[in-house]
Write a protein that binds this ligand. Structure first.
Ligand SMILES: NC(=O)c1ccc[n+]([C@@H]2O[C@H](COP(=O)([O-])OP(=O)(O)OC[C@H]3O[C@@H](n4cnc5c(N)ncnc54)[C@H](OP(=O)(O)O)[C@@H]3O)[C@@H](O)[C@H]2O)c1
Length: 209
């Protein structure tokens, strides 16, 4: 059992919290407005959930999920995440986030940008290419025929193993897409983005991305 921290408690944060609780983990959730505004969310999730500030979530989580609008990434606390595994679900939508020239040019990636902000954390890109509602509705036990697969990318092999085990526990096969920079292969508008794919289908989609 681990404590899963959520920096961001919107669609994705709540869906991941629900899965984590269903598999025996505790969750600590935060948003931008403060823990008092998460009372209803916490009571819906039950006794394995509590709310805290983002700083406290970063300190409390064994694994911390950053799931906020990309434009706010510089607000993610750095020091309490040192040495920790950080799952980055974020996508870059210039319509919402404004333009980031380095990403637009292809000189930087979404998760690479977060990783540069968190230089002492092990960032793994995951859950960015699945609709929030599908995190619970398309999860199936290991061994289910045509099980959905999700990609991960990261530069730390041990961190990727931990995240892969968590995703498998939640209900998905896992395909290692490679280093963090390879996360661009399942960004917005790529073949592996948003679609329900099995492991072989996902491998093919990543190769095209
Ligand atoms: N929705 C999807 O199906 C989906 C799928 C895959 C990936 N994503 C990506 O995952 C990220 C989250 O998406 P979402 O749909 O869950 O967004 P959302 O429903 O808009 O929720 C965003 C959450 O982030 C919080 N937040 C914003 N700034 C924060 C900060 N500085 N510190 C702590 N919390 C902060 C917000 O809190 P307040 O409400 O208090 O501001 C809110 O709880 C986005 O980058 C999105 O592109 C979304």
């Amino acid at each position: 059992m681990a404590t899963v921290g959520l920096i961001g408690s919107g669609n994705i944060g709540q869906a991941i919290a629900k899965q984590a609780i269903a598999h025996g983990h505790n969750v600590v959730l935060s948003n931008s407005r403060g823990p008092d505004t998460l009372t209803d969310v916490v009571s819906a999730l039950g006794p394995q959930a509590r709310a805290a500030t983002a700083e406290d979530v970063a300190a409390a989580g064994d694994i911390v999920v950053v799931t906020i609008p990309f434009k706010n990434y510089e607000q993610v606390p750095v020091e309490p995440l040192a040495g920790k595994i950080v799952i980055d679900t974020n996508n870059y939508y210039f319509e919402r986030d404004g333009h980031y020239d380095a990403i637009d040019r292809g000189d930087a990636t979404v998760s690479g940008t977060l990783a540069a902000h968190l230089p002492t954390s092990m960032v793994v890109k995951a859950f960015n290419n699945i609709l929030a509602g599908d995190i619970n509705s398309t999860a199936t036990p290991s061994g289910t025929p045509d099980r959905r697969a999700l990609p991960i990318a990261g530069d730390d092999a041990d961190a990727k193993k931990v995240v892969a085990d968590l995703i498998n526990q939640f209900g998905f096969d896992v395909v290692d897409a490679g280093p963090l920079a390879a996360g661009r292969r399942y960004d917005r508008d790529k073949p592996a983005y948003g679609t329900r794919l099995t492991e072989p289908e996902l491998r093919a989609a990543l190769a095209e991305g």
